[in-house]
Design a protein around this ligand. Structure first.
Ligand code: RIB
Ligand code: CA
Length: 330
């Protein structure tokens, strides 16, 4: 029995891998993708999402979402984003985790006419069975949708969010990018009343992809597996540069979140906790877990680790289901 899923993506290299896994897994019935700002402007994330779908021969609807946070960027003096610096490879190409456009043929179609928040409200109010939401970018679209109509929770089976971190951060000294980009939206989503599972940096980094995993994906031989290897190698090269050579792997964050819907046992050390979102000063965008001996009522499941070998094997198996070449190419 497959799970109905709506993905919310800021495509994005790791988003692209997650979308391919969702399209190819028999355990996922991908209903739609909603695009959002984050890694890149929403125009780019929308085009990139359409390019990935097109490459796998899918005409799945894409609903374009928000281009900025609900309120954060209207406020002065919020904590600035960490600047990793600018690095180039031996050919003078700038190294990035997310390039402006995925190196795929330009999309031949555009997004649907309806915007993403309106799609959530319309679809979830008329759904005939509960849907699992998998947001792997800033939570702005869902923040607005839940504000427009809190009752849509009735048809949300679970929200599996790539976001947060307790012992790891990336975009600031204490926050993970998706939550940091829109803390107010994250607060709304985590406390909306649906079952919420956070797949934070603690788990995604425990399941990092290595150069050897990329070689294994290449050997699988489908377009999707080879493209996932290409995207992962780009991410590894950027990480290697950003860390002064200390890191030679990459957390394909969004793929873990999607694979957790397929097989929850890929997450490890999952705890039912109370999580607050930081809004001010140095905790802006942080996921703050209540460790008191009598904590507040739990509001989410937080995965502190993950099974690296299991994720690598899942990606090989799922991405191995695709065509040998990009769709539409003879
Ligand atoms: O912090 C990692 C997250 O931020 C991932 O979803 C990545 O795609 C970026 O959106
Ligand atoms: Ca993402």
């Amino acid at each position: 029995m497959s799970t109905k899923v709506i993905m919310d993506v800021d495509t994005g290299s790791d988003d692209a891998v997650a979308i391919m896994c969702a399209l190819l897994s028999p355990d996922i019935d991908l209903v739609a993708c909603c695009s959002v700002w984050g890694n890149l402007p929403v125009e780019n994330t929308t085009e990139n999402t359409l390019r990935v779908l097109q490459a796998l021969g899918s005409d799945l609807p894409v609903y374009k979402g928000c281009g900025d946070a609900m309120v954060k960027n209207l406020c002065k003096n919020r904590v600035p984003q960490y600047d990793p610096g600018v690095f180039y490879d031996e050919n003078g190409k700038q190294l990035k985790g997310h390039y402006d456009y995925l190196d795929l043929p330009a999309a031949k179609r555009g997004p649907e006419a309806m915007d993403a928040p309106s799609f959530y409200v319309d679809y979830l109010n008329h759904a005939t069975e509960p849907v699992t939401l998998v947001p792997v970018g800033p939570l702005t679209n869902l923040g607005f949708a839940l504000t427009m109509d809190p009752g849509i929770v009735k048809n949300i089976k679970e929200i599996v969010i790539m976001g947060g971190g307790e012992n790891l951060a990336n975009i600031s000294n204490c926050a993970e990018a998706n939550i940091w980009h829109d803390p107010e939206a994250a607060h709304i989503v985590i406390n909306c009343g649906a079952k919420v599972t956070l797949v934070p940096l603690d788990s995604t980094h425990a399941a990092s992809t290595t150069p050897e995993d990329c070689e294994a994906l290449d050997r699988v031989g489908t377009f999707a597996s080879r493209y996932a290897a290409t995207l992962s190698r780009e991410r590894i090269a950027a990480q290697h540069a950003f860390t002064g050579g200390r890191v030679n792997s990459t957390a394909v964050h969004d793929a873990l979140a999607l694979c957790a819907v397929i097989d929850p046992s890929v997450l490890q050390d999952v705890r039912h906790v109370h999580c607050e979102i930081g809004f001010y000063d140095f905790n802006d965008g942080a996921t703050i877990i209540d460790h008191r001996c009598i904590p507040d009522e739990p509001n989410c499941y937080f995965a502190y680790s993950a099974d690296r070998e299991k994720l690598a094997a899942m990606m090989r198996e799922i991405l191995g289901r695709g065509a040998k070449d990009i769709a539409g190419r003879d």
